[in-house]
Design a protein. Sequence first.
Length: 179
Amino acid sequence: METGSPHDTGTAGTAGTGGPAARDGEGPAWIALPPGLLRMRRLLLVVWLGLLTLAAALVPGLLAGPGWAAFALLPLALLVWGWVLLERNWRSWRYAERADDLLISRGVLWREETVVPYGRMQLVEVTSGPVERHFGLASVQLHTAAAATDATIPGLDPAEAERLRDRLTALGEARSAGL
């Protein structure tokens, strides 16, 4: 089954298009996550590893001498490495609405593609924690009868998350009516 590449820029859809993403003879139109998710994750990285860097410099520097403050280089290196990895991870997330199911693709080293048939969806919920709300983001969580196929799409614009929830709920009700 050909699903297309989540990294094809020519078939990338835009958020809020509504309707199934698949067109005749083409793979699904992948929709990327908004950049707000990357900004939020990078800010959290800087805050936590910044505090760790500060502690790693001050505590050994004050207790054992200024030479020991070099321990701060390790969390600083982790911050730089994490900065790059967060972008790679963010770019790997995509989702696509097809006629009968929703595709979610993610992963840098271990690629994972989840296919959630509309008729199997039991619950679609939109969640947004305090940090996500501050950045204007929400997540859509899909629950099915099989726990292994539950899926989440993080970092969406709240309006897009609500549109997606309403659309998936309507399609789920229509597909499961015959069961």
